[in-house]
Design a binder for this molecule. Structure first.
Ligand code: 13P
Length: 248
């Protein structure tokens, strides 16, 4: 499976910085030639249109970090799938743990968002992950299964769905699970996906949480890890590019 290296810029970068970073990523992907991995950048909403122009004609894909599940209407401050599609997005992250924790987003809402994204021909990146308390109570697999069953869109396949396993305690902390813990969760996700669909074999399962240039090669070579969702390290071009090249 072709790995996906996805940059989640979160609420960072002014427009000029975002444009410069996107241009550098785009230029390196083109210069590298026939690369055997997909690259995605997910800027804040306000920069999406500008980055779409920077990446015009580039193999680097553009994504959003969130979406509202509704169509047009009275939803002050929100952005819907049709708008994102028209602005050049082909991926949308849904159910990130920061949305779940800080904006009370549930599995059900995550599912509705994923279905909206898919209905406009984009790929939903559905995020899952246990808290430290859940891991310590040995409830990791239980938590992942519950989030997966509640958040999965009704119809999915390798083109319209990506799963990102991001342990909440690993995000931005410098901590990561060990390789066998990552392998255990990814293989559980893979077998659950196969239970829900006959068409799930090529759904990519990303790992996210404190991936950096020093640990990316080992983490991204774990079985059933089909790429990474990178936060902090994606804000620095050299770090992000080193992580991308580590899948080769
Ligand atoms: P960090 O790479 O900064 O830990 O963030 C991971 C993440 O939340 C990506 O969505």
């Amino acid at each position: 499976m072709k790995p996906l290296l996805a940059a989640n810029w979160k609420m960072n970068l002014l427009r000029s910085e975002a444009e410069a970073l996107a241009a550098e990523v785009g230029q390196h992907v083109v210069e590298y030639g026939d690369i055997n991995f997909d690259v995605l950048v997910c800027p804040p909403f306000i920069h999406i249109a500008a980055i779409n122009e920077i990446l015009a004609g580039s193999p680097v894909a553009l994504g959003a970090q969130n979406v509202n599940q509704n169509g047009f209407g009275a939803h002050t401050g929100e952005v819907n799938s049709e708008m994102l599609k028209q602005s050049g997005c082909s991926y949308v992250i849904v159910g990130h743990s920061e949305r779940r924790a800080n904006h009370s987003e549930t599995d059900e809402l995550t599912r509705l968002k994923a279905e909206s994204v898919i209905s406009f021909g984009m790929t939903a990146i559905v995020c899952l992950g246990e808290t430290l308390a859940e891991r310590e109570e040995k409830k990791t697999l239980q938590c992942i299964s519950k989030q997966l069953s509640g958040s999965l869109p009704s119809q999915f396949n390798g083109q319209n769905l990506v799963i990102a396993y991001e342990p909440v305690w690993a995000i931005g902390s410098g901590l990561t699970p060990n390789l066998s813990q990552i392998e255990e969760v990814h293989s559980e996700i893979r077998s659950q996906l196969n239970k829900y669909s006959n068409d799930a074999n090529d759904v990519r399962i990303l790992y996210g949480g404190s991936v950096n240039p020093a640990n990316s090669k080992t983490i991204l070579s774990v079985k059933n890890v089909d790429g990474g969702l990178i936060g902090g390290a994606s804000l620095n071009f050299n770090d992000f590019w080193t992580i991308c090249l580590s899948v080769l």
